[in-house]
Design a binder for this molecule. Structure first.
Ligand code: ZN
Ligand code: ZN
Length: 344
C-alpha cells in the first residue's frame, strides 16, 4: 500500500500530536513542535535546498531527529519515525465510549501557553478542528494560580482579543473558539476573577487548586459557595485527586459530595468528568452519585497540549460505563445551545 507523504510541517505536527496523546516526555515533543514552527515560514524550494545541503539543523529549533523527518518528507517518503508512531499510537485511546465520543461536539476545558499549556491558542484551535470539534472553550487559569501563570484581568482582556482574531481567521470553518476560564475557587468559595471579566466570557469552569486537604465541612461550604455563584457553569475536577503520572499521586479532597452535587443540580452547574488519566475525576462512586441525583455533566480533556485534546476518549469510556445519557452531557450540545445555557 502506498501512502501519500505528508508535508514536513504536517509530519512534525502529527508526530507531536501522537506523542502528546500518549503522554510522552514533553521535552521531546517540544522539539518537534519548535521544528515545525521554524520551517513554517520557509518556501518549499528553500526547504528543499537546505535539505540537499544538509544544513537543516542550522535552523534554530531544528534538531537531528526533526531534520530526518523533514528530509524524508521533502523526498516524498512517509517519515520512518511517523510511520512507527502511527503503528504504535494511532487509533482510539480507550476501547469503550466510542458512540459517545462521536456525539461530543466540543470540549469545555483547555489551556494554552498563556497560562501553563505548551502551545499557542491557534495551534489548539487547529488541532480541535482536526479532531472534528465544532468548538473549544479556552480556559486558562486565573490570577492567584501564579505557579500556572494565571491571567490577570488585564491579560485575560487581551487574550479575548486574540480569540476574536483567531475566530475571524477561521470564519467559514464551522468551528468556533469559545471564551472561557478555569477560575480558581478561593478558600472562602469566591471566584478568582472580577465579575466584569467573568461576564465577558462564554463559559466558566470553576475548580479548586489550593488547600485541597482542608477540613471536609469547610471544603463543602467552599465548593457550594462556588457552585452557587451565578457565573459558574462547570465544576472542574471536583476531588483534585491524582492517581498516576509524573506529578505523583494524592488523595482527593474530602467533602459532602451529595450536598455539593445537589447544589450543582439546583444551580444548573455541570459536573466535569475530567478525562486526564492522571485525574480520572470524579471517582466512580461520586460519578454514579451525581448521575443518580440527575446532574448535568461535561466530558473535558483539560488539555495542556494539542494532542491531549484527544483524551476525551477516556472520559467517554467512563461516562458510558456509568450509563450517563448523552443528552445530559452539555458538550453533546451545539455551541449556540451551550452558550445560551451558560449565560441563561
Ligand atoms: Zn485545574
Ligand atoms: Zn485545567
Amino acid at each position: 500500500m502506498t501512502q501519500q507523504a505528508p508535508t514536513p510541517v504536517a509530519a512534525l505536527r502529527r508526530i507531536a500530536f501522537l506523542l502528546e496523546r500518549a503522554r510522552e516526555d514533553t521535552y521531546k515533543i517540544k522539539a518537534f513542535r519548535s521544528a515545525a514552527a521554524a520551517i513554517l515560514p520557509l518556501a518549499e524550494d528553500e526547504l528543499a535546498a537546505k535539505t540537499a545541503e544538509g544544513t537543516l539543523t542550522d535552523l534554530p529549533g531544528v534538531g537531528a531527529s526533526s531534520a530526518k523527518v523533514i528530509a524524508d518528507s521533502v523526498a516524498g517518503r512517509v517519515p520512518e519515525r511517523l510511520a512507527k508512531l502511527e503503528e504504535q499510537y494511532a487509533g482510539p485511546l480507550a476501547p469503550g465510549g466510542r458512540e459517545l465520543r462521536k456525539a461530543l461536539r466540543g470540549d469545555l476545558h483547555s489551556h494554552s501557553d498563556w497560562s501553563d499549556g505548551g502551545s499557542p491558542i491557534e495551534e489548539m484551535a487547529f488541532t480541535a478542528i482536526e479532531l472534528g470539534h465544532d468548538y473549544l472553550v479556552l480556559t486558562d487559569h486565573s490570577p492567584r494560580l501564579t505557579i500556572a501563570h494565571g491571567l490577570s484581568a488585564e491579560r485575560l482582556g487581551r487574550q479575548l482579543l486574540v480569540v476574536d482574531a483567531v475566530n475571524e481567521h477561521l470564519a467559514g470553518s464551522g468551528f468556533r473558539m469559545l471564551k472561557g476560564i478555569e477560575v480558581d475557587i478561593l478558600t472562602d468559595g469566591a471566584l478568582d476573577q472580577s465579575e466584569e471579566m467573568l461576564a465577558q466570557l462564554d463559559l466558566r469552569v470553576a475548580s479548586v487548586h489550593s488547600k485541597l486537604a482542608m477540613d471536609a465541612e469547610q471544603m463543602t461550604r467552599r465548593m457550594i459557595a462556588a457552585v452557587e455563584n451565578p457565573f459558574t457553569n462547570v465544576l472542574g475536577h471536583c476531588t483534585g485527586r491524582l492517581v498516576t503520572g509524573s506529578r505523583g499521586t494524592r488523595p482527593g479532597s474530602r467533602f459532602d459530595a451529595r450536598k455539593v452535587f445537589e447544589a450543582c443540580l439546583a444551580n444548573d452547574v455541570a459536573v466535569e468528568i475530567n478525562s486526564r488519566p492522571e485525574r480520572r475525576d470524579p471517582p466512580t462512586a461520586l460519578l454514579e452519585l451525581a448521575r443518580d441525583l440527575g446532574c448535568l455533566f461535561s466530558i473535558d480533556s483539560d488539555a495542556h497540549a494539542p494532542g491531549q485534546l484527544d483524551m476525551l476518549d477516556y472520559g467517554c469510556e467512563r461516562a458510558e460505563a456509568a450509563g450517563i445519557e448523552p443528552e445530559r452531557i452539555v458538550n453533546t450540545w451545539s455551541s449556540e445551545r451551550l452558550v445560551a445555557w451558560a449565560n441563561g
